[in-house]
Design a protein around this ligand. Structure first.
Ligand code: 3HC
Length: 284
């Protein structure tokens, strides 16, 4: 099956990055947002990120123009999935919201269309079961910033067919990413490994072992991480980190995933990292 047209549902940081990488490979993208203002905001973010790539001479101005021409924005989910071969859902991490969106997609998308969710922690099997086509349902987990990060974690739900896995892995390669197939367990592999590290880094601050700058310096200079775990937690969003830790804790019933009380307190205080202007660091 050739993927000729794609719908991306949700134009936030992940959604606009996903639309960006599909369109850059010459694949027409229907990008759906809730209203015109959010759709325009998503398009402006893509344009900015493309301009950054032009500035770094990764692409030329003509490719930027072609990429933008491949993106059409929609404010109606049902309309956006008409005639597409693949739908990538990237709406906020809320099961009821995703279920509602997939019910609209299920009714309006072509029968053969594949459904992928960019969820970072919700069970693919559980989401697939809300649609009429669990065999054509899969996790396509991208990483932020999407145009830069080389991984797509391909999550196989209990009923995902081999054909769906094969098509999505080929698609990821066309996007110049490396697909890595994992089974559907809490946090998949990426967040099951990443979040305990971030949580432990927060415990180091909580217990007074070191301040955030020094925890990050240890991991950057000693382990060659591009960002320290606390800077990365701010970048991901402290609320998102806390949600994923809850999914791991609830899913495995293992106290090793217990969120650090300092993380809980910071989220309660609205200190969510980059997006709120303050987390372990402050931002303009
Ligand atoms: N679009 C396009 N290009 C971008 C970009 C964007 N949104 N953001 C950064 N870039 C490019 C820059 O142009 C630059 O290109 P170059 O290497 O050719 O010069 C390159 O990325 C590096 O950017 P900068 O020089 O501006 O900044 P840094 O060198 O500090 O790198 C970073 C920024 C790429 C974000 C790097 O710090 C990094 O890799 N951090 C770790 C990110 C990470 O771990 N992401 C995964 C988070 S977990 C997740 O997403 C999963 C979820 O489920 C929680």
């Amino acid at each position: 099956m050739d993927i000729r047209k794609v719908a991306v549902i949700g134009g936030g940081t992940m959604g606009n990055g996903i639309a960006h990488v599909f369109a850059m490979q010459g694949i027409p993208v229907h990008l759906a947002e809730m209203n015109r203002e959010l759709a325009d905001k998503a398009l402006a973010a893509i344009e900015r990120n493309l301009e950054r790539m032009v500035g770094k001479e990764k692409i030329d101005a003509a490719r930027k123009k072609r990429t933008l021409e491949h993106i059409t924005t929609f404010t109606d989910v049902a309309e956006s999935v008409e005639g597409v071969d693949l739908v990538v859902e990237a709406v906020p991490e809320n099961f009821e919201l995703k279920k509602k969106v997939f019910s609209q997609i299920d009714q309006a998308a072509p029968e053969a269309a594949i459904f992928a969710s960019n969820t970072s922690s919700i069970s693919i099997t559980r989401l697939a079961a809300t649609t009429s086509r669990p065999g054509q349902f899969i996790g396509m987990h991208f990483f932020n910033p999407v145009p830069v990060m080389k991984l797509v974690e391909v999550v196989r739900g209990l009923d995902t067919s081999d054909r769906t896995v094969q098509i999505v892995e080929q698609m990821a390669e066309r996007l110049e990413k490396t697909p890595v197939e994992v089974a559907d367990y809490p946090g998949f592999v990426s967040n099951r490994v990443l979040m305990p590290m971030i949580n432990e880094a927060i415990y180091c601050v909580y217990e007074g072992v070191a301040d955030p700058e020094d925890v990050d310096a240890v991991m950057k200079l000693g382990m060659a991480h591009p960002m320290g775990p606390l800077r990365l937690a701010d970048f991901i969003g402290l609320d998102v980190c806390l949600d994923i830790l809850h999914v791991l804790h609830d899913g495995f019933k293992d106290p090793k995933y217990r969120p650090c009380p300092l993380l809980v307190k910071m989220v309660d205080a609205g200190k969510l990292g980059d997006k709120s202007g303050e987390g372990f660091y402050t931002y303009d």
